[in-house]
Design a protein around this ligand. Structure first.
Ligand code: MEV
Length: 321
């Protein structure tokens, strides 16, 4: 006779930064939205035998992950699993974790934070513990430090929060009663490495502190303005702020030809505004459709311009599915 199988699961979604990336690392505000159409679920089971981990990027034992051939995302998943077991004070065996669903990795969509978040919740629940929000945040930040070096905490909060947030100096607040702008995320298909992008901005700041801090202040002013636009539902003003932000981020060196191509395609396709989202130097753009009904046409225009994936946010999910 064997023990009945015990299992638990945890989920997390992708995020998109509306405005504020990079400047947020230096204490300026940022606004981010959940991307519910991109969700990961981790299933944890108690088993006899060694630790096992299967994700969309890898299947098998942790030993196989350790052999140095697994993709980076897999190592982050393993780090989340091992760190959660350490935090719970339990042995590193007898658990099988399977992650299903997919958030494209290295695209500025918070995949590393979401993987860590889903795994930590599932593994803790398997041990009878419902993590507090703070405990979950700390586990995710541990993995984010491996992934990014000095994460602001925005990605961890944004992948855990059910709705839009405003984040500033380590504090995340839900944006309540806000207009939800119809956005389309479009993937260049080119990996963007947040750690490298953040390091390049830091290097620029060592040579031109005044100029880079002025750019951060200008981004902060755009975030403040956008916060008002979200209260009043002013799509035209928000689109203009997104365009202005993209040009500041370009000046900071974190855009790329592929991102600029998709931003241009978004404008041609009727977007009120478009910008890169996340760390940049690859990854994704977000574009603002005039109305939810315009989302499918905008998504089509971005696909025709070469986007490898498009995901609607805040409306149009059904139309674009
Ligand atoms: C990455 O999604 C956002 C950045 O601002 C880095 C961070 O906030 O840690 C580029």
């Amino acid at each position: 006779m064997h023990e009945p199988e015990r299992g638990a699961h945890g989920s997390a979604h992708a995020k998109t930064i509306l405005l504020g990336e990079h400047a947020v690392v230096y204490g300026r505000p940022a606004i981010a939205f959940p991307v519910r159409s991109l969700t990961l679920t981790a299933h944890a089971r108690a088993v006899d035998g060694p630790l096992r981990l299967s994700t969309p990027y890898h299947h098998g034992s942790i030993a196989a992950v350790d052999d140095g051939t697994a993709p980076r995302e897999e190592h982050l998943a393993e780090a989340a699993l091992r760190h959660t077991l350490d935090a719970l004070g339990v042995a590193h065996d007898g658990v099988d974790v399977t992650v299903t669903g997919r958030i494209p990795a290295a695209r500025g969509l918070g995949s590393s934070a979401a993987v860590a978040s889903a795994i930590s919740v599932a593994v803790a629940r398997l041990h009878g513990i419902d993590l507090t929000y703070e405990a979950r945040f700390e586990l995710v930040q541990f993995v984010e430090r491996i992934a990014h070096g000095s994460p602001s905490g925005l990605d961890a909060h944004a992948t855990m929060s059910p709705g839009p947030i405003r984040f500033e100096s380590g504090v995340a607040r839900p944006l309540v009663d806000t207009w939800l702008p119809p956005l389309v995320i479009a993937d260049t298909g080119v990996a963007g490495h947040t750690a490298a992008a953040v390091a390049s901005v830091r290097a620029l700041r060592t040579t031109d502190k005044r100029g880079v801090d002025a750019a951060f202040d200008a981004i902060a002013a755009l975030v403040e303005g956008a916060h008002t636009d979200l209260r009043t539902g002013d799509a035209t003003a928000l689109g203009a702020r997104m365009n202005a932000c993209h040009s500041i981020l370009s000046d900071l060196g974190v855009s790329s030809p592929e991102l600029d191509t998709l931003v241009d395609a978004a404008h041609t396709g009727g977007a009120l505004g478009a910008k890169l989202t996340g760390g940049g130097q690859g990854g994704c753009v977000i574009a603002l459709a005039p109305t939810p009904a315009d989302v499918p046409a905008l998504a089509r225009a971005l696909t025709e311009a070469g986007a490898r994936g498009v995901w609607p946010v805040n409306g149009g999910e059904e139309e674009a599915a």
